[in-house]
Design a binder for this molecule. Structure first.
Ligand code: PLP
Length: 383
C-alpha cells in the first residue's frame, strides 16, 4: 500500500540533499565550535555561514539571528524576556495562537501578573485590525503584540505589514510566530516593523530540534537558559552544528524553489477544493480556507458531513488506508480536548462533526488528492 502524507503542517519529510549535508557535517566537523583549534574553527565557520544565509534572506544583520532548538524555545525566549527584560506589562494576542505562545502567556499572566488582552477574531480566523488598533490606542502601558503569521490549523494569514505599522505607531513591540510561514513566504524585515520572528527547520524539510530566533538589534534581551556564552551569550549550550547546517540547506532550498513549489502546492489545494465540492456534498471549509487569496496555499481544514458516532471510524479508516492527516493540530494528539482554534471559530453544530486538516508539501501529487477524496467519499457512502 502506498502511504499518503498530508500532515505537512505538523512536520515535513527531510529533503535527501539536506540529509547528505547533515551526514557530511556529522562525519567531518565534530569539533566544538567554541574550541579555538582548527576542528573548532571549522565548526564555527559552518555555523556563521548558516547565520549569514538566513540573515541575508530576511535582509537583516547576521548578529540578529540566534540558533535555538525550534519554534517552542524561540517563542518562549521572546515572551519570557519581553516581560523580564523589556518590562512589558501588557501582552496583546489572540486565542488562535499556538500553545508555544498561548501557554507561555498564561504562565506569565499567573506568575508575573502581566495583563493579557485577546484581540477579536473574525469568522474566517483573521484578526479584527480595528479592534487591535483600539486596544493599542487605549492601553498606555509598555506592551507587546504577539500574533502568528500563518495559523497552523486553519491557514489564516496575518497582515504583518499592517500590524507592524500599528505597533510602531503605538509604541508596541511586535512578535510574530512565523513557524508556519518560514520557507513558504518571503519576509523582508528591512521593510517591516517586526521585532521578533521565529523559525523551525522541521516545518520546511529540515531536521527536527533546530530553529532560530530573530531579535531586532534595538532590543536587549537576556538568556533564558543559563550556562555558557554560546550564541553571543543569549543561548547557552553547545551548538548543534550538523542541524544548523541542515537547517541552512533546507532554508536555502525552500527559498530558491519557492515560486515553483508554491505553484505546485497551490495546484493541489485548488484541485482538492474542486473535487471535494463535487464529490462530498455539504463539506465545509473551516475559516473560509477555500479562499485562495486570503488563506495560505499549504493547507485545508474541512468539516465533514459525518455524525459524531461515526467520526471515530473515519480516523481509523484513513489511517488504515495509509493516509496521514490531522484532527486539529498534531501538537494536540494524545489530548482529548480538541482544537482550541476550532472551538473559537466554529458554530456548535459544526463542532459536533469531524474536522480534518490536510496539509500539503512539494512531495504530494494530484493522484494522492484523488485517492484521499475518493476514500472519504466511499466512507460517507458506506453507512
Ligand atoms: C505556529 C507554530 N508555532 C510553534 C510551533 C512549535 O515549533 P517546534 O515544533 O519547533 O517547537 C509549531 C509547531 O507545530 C507551530 O505550528
Amino acid at each position: 500500500m502506498k502511504k499518503i502524507y498530508f500532515d505537512n503542517a505538523a512536520t515535513t519529510k527531510i529533503d535527501s540533499s539536506v540529509l547528505t549535508t547533515i551526514n557530511n557535517v556529522m562525519k567531518e566537523n565534530y569539533g566544538n565550535p567554541s574550541s579555538s583549534h582548527s576542528f573548532g574553527r571549522s565548526s564555527r565557520t559552518i555555523i556563521e555561514k548558516a547565520r549569514k544565509s538566513i540573515a541575508k534572506e530576511f535582509c537583516i544583520s547576521s548578529s540578529e539571528i540566534f540558533f535555538t532548538s525550534g519554534g517552542t524555545e524561540s517563542d518562549n525566549m521572546v515572551l519570557i524576556s519581553a516581560v523580564r527584560d523589556l518590562k512589558i506589562k501588557t501582552i496583546i494576542t489572540s486565542k488562535l495562537e499556538h500553545h508555544a505562545v498561548l501557554n507561555v502567556i498564561k504562565h506569565l499572566e499567573k506568575t508575573f501578573y502581566v495583563s493579557v488582552i485577546y484581540v477579536k477574531i473574525n469568522s474566517d480566523g483573521s484578526v479584527d485590525y480595528n479592534d487591535l488598533e483600539q486596544i493599542l490606542e487605549l492601553n498606555k502601558s509598555k506592551k507587546l503584540v504577539s500574533l502568528m503569521h500563518v495559523n497552523n490549523e486553519i491557514g489564516s494569514i496575518l497582515d504583518i505589514k499592517r500590524v507592524g505599522d500599528l505597533c510602531k505607531n503605538h509604541g508596541a513591540i511586535f512578535h510574530s510566530d512565523t513557524v508556519q510561514s518560514i520557507g513558504r513566504y518571503k519576509i523582508d524585515l528591512s521593510k517591516l516593523d517586526i521585532d521578533f520572528i521565529v523559525g523551525s527547520a522541521h516545518k520546511f524539510h529540515g531536521p527536527k530540534g533546530i530553529g532560530f530566533l530573530y531579535v531586532n538589534k534595538k532590543l536587549n534581551i537576556e538568556p533564558v537558559l543559563i550556562g555558557g556564552s554560546q550564541e553571543r551569550g543569549l543561548r547557552a549550550g553547545t551548538e548543534s552544528v550538523h542541524n544548523i547546517s541542515g537547517m541552512e540547506a533546507a532554508f536555502l532550498l525552500a527559498y530558491e524553489n519557492l515560486n515553483e513549489d508554491k505553484k505546485h502546492i497551490l495546484g493541489l489545494k485548488k484541485y482538492f477544493i474542486e473535487k471535494a465540492i463535487r464529490d462530498i456534498p455539504n463539506i465545509k471549509f473551516n475559516a473560509c480556507c477555500d479562499n485562495i487569496n486570503s488563506n495560505t496555499y499549504t493547507l485545508l481544514n474541512v468539516c465533514l458531513p459525518i455524525e459524531k458516532e461515526k467520526s471515530i471510524l473515519l480516523e481509523f479508516n484513513l489511517d488504515l488506508k495509509g493516509i496521514a492527516c490531522s484532527k486539529g493540530s498534531a501538537c494536540q494528539s494524545g489530548s482529548s480536548k480538541g482544537s482550541h482554534v476550532l472551538n473559537e471559530i466554529l458554530k456548535p453544530d459544526d463542532l459536533e462533526k469531524p474536522s480534518i486538516r490536510f496539509s500539503f508539501s512539494k512531495y504530494n501529487t494530484i493522484e494522492e488528492v484523488k485517492i484521499v477524496i475518493d476514500t472519504i467519499k466511499n466512507f460517507i457512502e458506506s453507512s
